[in-house]
Design a protein around this ligand. Structure first.
Ligand SMILES: [Ca+2]
Ligand SMILES: [Ca+2]
Length: 176
């Protein structure tokens, strides 16, 4: 009788332990962040560039700056950039990457023949949208902005934060 009870107790403990282990397995977090949770940001942009910075062809075109807030490289080849949130896959990034806590400048000039980092849209001075999306349409970072000022950028402060302001342009460098 006593050994029967011991056996039943043992069995119950075994079942409970097994359930906990099983439960743990089923709720184990994924090994990598889902792409849409990646800390990749549109960090700063300029929709009216007359004198601030020229591209490889000497043209003062619109630009935007990306920021990688992750501690690891972000490969961009499966991400898309757009100036219209209803058209999520307007421009596919080239096969390049951003180093941790670093920036990457994208020219918004419709000059794809000038290099891999030239998107197929420009930024409207009167206000528009900018979005980064995954290859399967999930939003990584999206924003809608109002009227912009010539040779003044609009950016997050500090880098990758939620707060936006007009600023002295810092292309490929930390926002201030
Ligand atoms: Ca250009
Ligand atoms: Ca910057």
């Amino acid at each position: 009788m006593a050994s029967n009870r011991f056996f039943i107790n043992y069995l119950i403990i075994f079942i409970i332990t097994f359930s906990i282990i099983n439960c743990d397995n089923s709720t184990e977090p994924p090994k990598e962040n889902p792409p849409e949770k990646i800390k990749l940001f549109v960090n700063e942009f300029m929709a009216s560039n007359r004198t601030t910075i020229a591209d490889e062809s000497g043209q003062y075109d619109d630009w935007l700056e990306l920021y990688n807030r992750e501690d690891t490289n972000i490969s961009l080849k499966y991400f898309y950039l757009t100036d219209d949130l209803s058209g999520k896959q307007k421009w596919n990034f080239p096969d390049t990457f951003i180093l941790p806590k670093k920036w990457l400048l994208i020219w918004c000039d419709e000059d794809s023949l000038q290099g891999p980092l030239h998107a197929n849209f420009k930024l409207s001075l009167s206000g528009e949208q900018i979005g980064i999306f995954t290859f399967d349409g999930k939003a990584v970072d999206t924003l809608t902005y109002g009227p912009q000022r010539q040779d003044t950028s609009f950016g997050r402060f500090p880098d990758g934060a939620d707060y936006w302001k007009f600023m002295i342009p810092t292309p490929n460098n930390t926002n201030r």
